[in-house]
Design a protein around this ligand. Structure first.
Ligand code: ADP
Ligand code: ASP
Ligand code: MG
Length: 460
């Protein structure tokens, strides 16, 4: 069971989490827990790391450490009063390590990817201690483990590390012996390299940690506890009548998360899918609701379109040049240059005249993408590179779309009727999604129009 940031956001939330765990533990289940940092803490750690690298005098390190201590200390007092002193001792030791590394970053005015990963892993280092102590306070034996102690071994790609296959046996030997009577609590979002250097798995990576651990211990099910009732037909923050999907297939869940459905991390499905483990998404604040199941085949449904996602903070890049026509090797030059600078390309579309290729990258990768393409331009493969940051990508997702004619027609007719201009269109060959790009100003309306067009708010 993995609990996200809002699920462990304060003492009341952690109390609720302990209630849920106690309930399932008492019912005779073997449980292993993965937790995120308390909500907002990872953002604050990112912010302080970036800030102290840049400021010369009076770095706000002490104020930061004190505010972390106050927030976490208050929660310990409420959920584990019996262990307050011992838990605070460990928290103080950890905060002392954090203070030392922040001071070093400030003194050197250099934030390396390695030190950033160490810093941003502290949210989970603290939250897991507290959840574990709260469980003990409730009479459930529990131990907190870092990602590394739990056996999660990763590549050294800091900030976005991938879990290595050898983790499976490490996790089995470290975690399985703890199951049964006790409920181990693993710090999400982090792992370590073979040399024991701390790495992080990318934002929202605790879902990925949970999937890796669940798959390694051959769990019967992997439960993702969050702040909504399940995987929905659209982001409920955008579409107020979005509906919970009782079941989605692994492929649908992957497409949804890849195209912006924040409820699951894009890499969190594959480990479960490989072992055929059911993933259940449930609401910590409404545990009685059934939630959503992510599994092999979703319940046959007359609906071809399941959900609409929306992803902002992306940029459209247009590459043109008449010399691209019929010239082999242009695509290779473009994509290998992008890969070399580790640019993640989210969507690709090529005009049939071959004189144009359009790409979508996330905003963070825009500068690197433009640098890579500039180099390709110098080599004479392409003529012009334009970009636009004011765009959003929208994806229409559903396994039933494969082999169902007329869906694209309905999508584009509905958007045309609303005078929403399409800047780029792309369809994966799996036909699980049709995605397109529109101006930022049209994004929410596009989701609304399609949610209505396919009647997603209504029960089927
Ligand atoms: P956690 O902290 O539990 O990991 P996240 O904030 O990462 O939670 O993810 C849950 C949020 O994902 C929801 O509050 C919701 O606004 C958003 N979300 C986006 N798209 C969807 C979707 N299709 N279904 C459900 N939630 C979605
Ligand atoms: N705490 C990390 C983040 O905010 C990981 C997670 O919540 O899954 O990105
Ligand atoms: Mg999340």
């Amino acid at each position: 069971m993995k609990f996200g940031g809002t699920s462990v956001g304060d003492q009341e939330c952690i109390g609720r989490v302990v209630g849920i765990l106690n309930h399932y533990h008492t019912a005779g289940n073997e449980l292993c827990v993965v937790v995120s940092a308390m909500s907002g803490v990872t953002d604050q750690l990112h912010a302080i790391a970036a800030e102290i690298e840049g400021v010369r005098d009076d770095p706000p390190i002490d104020t930061f450490i004190t505010s972390m201590r106050t927030r976490h200390g208050k929660v310990v007092q409420a959920v584990a009063p019996g262990e307050y002193d011992t838990v605070m001792e460990v928290i103080d030791e950890r905060l002392c390590n954090l203070k030392n590394i922040l001071t070093a970053v400030h003194n050197l005015r250099e934030l390396t990817p390695r030190s950033r990963d160490y810093i941003i892993s502290f949210g989970e280092r603290l939250s897991a201690l507290i959840v574990s102590a709260a469980l003990r306070e409730a009479g459930v034996p529990s131990l907190a483990l870092s990602g590394c102690e739990a056996g999660i071994r990763t590549t050294d790609r800091h900030g976005c590390a991938a879990v290595l296959p050898e983790s499976r046996t490490h996790i089995q030997s470290h975690v399985i012996p703890l199951l049964g009577d006790s409920v181990p609590v693993i710090m999400g979002y982090m792992g370590c390299t073979g040399d024991g250097i701390v790495t992080t798995l990318g934002r929202s990576g605790s879902d990925y940690s949970a999937a890796i651990v669940g798959a390694a211990i051959d769990a019967d099910e992997i439960w993702i506890w969050t702040d909504v009732d399940g995987v929905m037909t659209a982001d409920p923050r955008l579409i107020e009548d979005a509906r919970v999907l009782p079941s989605v297939s692994y492929h649908e869940a992957m497409e949804l998360s890849f195209f912006g459905a924040k409820v699951l991390h894009p890499r969190s499905i594959e480990p479960a899918m490989q072992r055929g483990i059911l993933v259940r998404v449930k609401n910590t604040f409404n545990p009685a609701a059934a939630g959503s199941c992510v599994m092999d085949t979703s319940t046959p449904d007359h609906r071809v379109v399941k959900a609409i996602t929306y992803i902002d903070k992306v940029s459209l890049i247009n590459i043109t040049g008449a010399q691209m026509v019929g010239r082999p090797g242009v695509a290779r030059a473009i994509f290998s240059a992008l890969a070399e600078l580790e640019v993640n390309v989210m969507m690709i579309s090529q005009g049939s005249s071959e004189a144009n290729i359009s790409l979508i990258v996330d905003d963070e990768h825009l500068a690197a993408a433009l640098a890579a393409l500039n180099e390709v331009m110098q080599r004479g493969y392409i003529q012009e590179v334009g970009h636009d940051r004011n765009v959003v990508a929208v994806a229409v997702v559903g396994v039933g779309m494969a082999g169902s004619p007329g869906i694209s027609g309905r999508i584009f007719t509905a958007l045309g009727r609303e005078k929403i201009n399409l800047m780029m269109i792309s369809q994966g060959s799996s036909e699980v999604n049709v995605s397109f790009v529109v101006k930022q100003a049209d994004g929410q309306r596009a989701v609304r129009v399609l949610h209505d067009e396919f009647g997603l708010a209504k029960e089927s």
